[in-house]
Design a protein around this ligand. Sequence first.
Ligand SMILES: *Cc1c(COP(=O)(O)O)cnc(C)c1O
Ligand code: SF4
Length: 343
Amino acid sequence: MIPATALDGQMPAWRRELVSAVTDPAVLIKLLELPPELLEPARLAARQFGLRVPRSYLDLMEPGNPHDPLLRQVLPIADEMRETPGFGDDPLDEQASTTAGGLVEKYQGRALLLASGHCALHCRYCFRRSFPYAGFNVAGRDAEEEALARLAERSDLQELILSGGDPLALDDGRLAQLVQRLDRIPHLRRLRIHTRLPIAIPSRVTDELCTLLTQTRLAPVLVVHCNHPQELAPDRTQALARLRTIGVTLFNQSVLLAGVNDNLSTLVELAERLFDSGVIPYYIHMLDRVRGAAHFEVPESRAVALQGGLRQRLPGYLVPRLVREVAGAPSKLPMDCLDPVLE
Ligand SMILES: *Cc1c(COP(=O)(O)O)cnc(C)c1O
Ligand code: SF4
């Protein structure tokens, strides 16, 4: 066995942060000077879906504020244990369209690969919080072979999306190998990465990552997942701007979350700061109805009103599309046109 210290020496800074993330609710509550009565419910709710928050994300929170919008995204609370009708374990019926290699084939022209079952941050509203990654052998070698064989056959695809979990939880070496293999599938034109890592741990944007994204023939697109302007501290803006400089097309997707970003001034500021970081707001998602996340739901009428407000306050290119994902639909559905099916 290799001693842990030797391994530490080889580990990139971002991975050290990943493995030393806070996972004990007692530590989180102490570090942020939060009321001790939050501890017991946090422990109980964390049994369903563990707490995970890296230090550099924790540093963006306001100590002593139990309503901090970043804390609210990661702190397990009693509300999660309330059963709500209509909120289940697989709200998008995603397992039905997932093949054994972890490939999700729902839409035309693009397919999504569950490239990793791990995340830097556990978001309490995550619709894959109960996803049985192990059952699909996500990130296993056999799964990768199966997925690549399937992608090679599907000559109707132009784009492959790496998702998860978080695909940037993979090491650069592993990621480079995967990208090289995708590069050799002739019909693929674009490689899209959906990730929260540049927000959770900005040092994840390494030289190696930038190199592997510039060395592929595939046009690189990165969709970062940022929900609140407070997440865009200067180190995050720098990491994103660097990706922009090397030619990565950057978009953002958010989830509309009660008590986090469900007000107009927050969403306007988010769009402004995203643009400052070289990122175009792409989607704002209605919450997927996953068990344990009902307290984050924003009513449709309010969501549509917020989007109307954004249209008035921002240039058109900074207004994200407000969408809901509906199981079985041929695309994500815009909230202002809920009858999308064309023959
Ligand atoms: C969201 C999603 C996509 C990408 O959809 P776009 O509208 O192109 O952003 C692709 N596949 C799956 C399974 C998805 O959930
Ligand atoms: S980073 Fe994405 S996949 Fe991971 S817990 Fe958060 S929302 Fe879910």
